[in-house]
Design a protein around this ligand. Sequence first.
Ligand code: URA
Length: 239
Amino acid sequence: MKRLDKLIALNCNLSRKEARQKIKDGDVSVNGKTVLRAEELIDSDNDEVSVKGYNFTNKEHVYIMLNKPAGVITATKDENKRTVIDLIPDSLRRRSLFPCGRLDRDTTGLLIITDDGSLSHRIMSPSHHVKKTYLACLSDPLGADDIARLEAGITLADGTECMPAKVKAFTEGGAQCAYITIGEGKYHQVKRMFAAVGNKVETLCRVKIGSLCLDESLAEGECRELTQDELALIFEENE
Ligand code: URA
């Protein structure tokens, strides 16, 4: 059993004081009835709590897919710059949301945001082999020998060795593009891999984590909750 104000603060990204105010304002109901007592004890497994303006759930964690736009930093807080957390609507906010992994400021696409540290660890840890696929637009054509070098495991300019990648090059409307799948997350890895074969990444978008694809109906900057089935796809082999 948990106190109502505590439960609301936790789930709605509110301070205890703000949660108490919501209760006082009559914005909170339990099992269909307005409750005005902050200290009311709630059985979070069975009682149905609803808070006006919030998608209140009794779920322990929240898992969000964001289509990250360019120009936003992958951090939880920043004095001056907009962060990916600033893009999460109030209805999905919780106190301890953070991004799983990092995309560069100019990289767009699939980013998972959660308050579940263990999921983040499973996605990021090299031992779990979760692959990430990126769509890169390049300055120059990618030759068969470049692809062979990337797929064999390329050595970056500073001597860092990368694991073998999977690369599929194509042209679209005259632009040179490639899908590249990697199982690691070194600093600026994809950009540095293409630089190592004398090319330059013009734009980069992450399109897949494991077998979970970016939902194309999400415009850049939009996000939504992931379903349990989608969460499982993260840990399925990426073709
Ligand atoms: N590799 C990069 O170079 N940048 C990213 O944002 C992600 C992977």
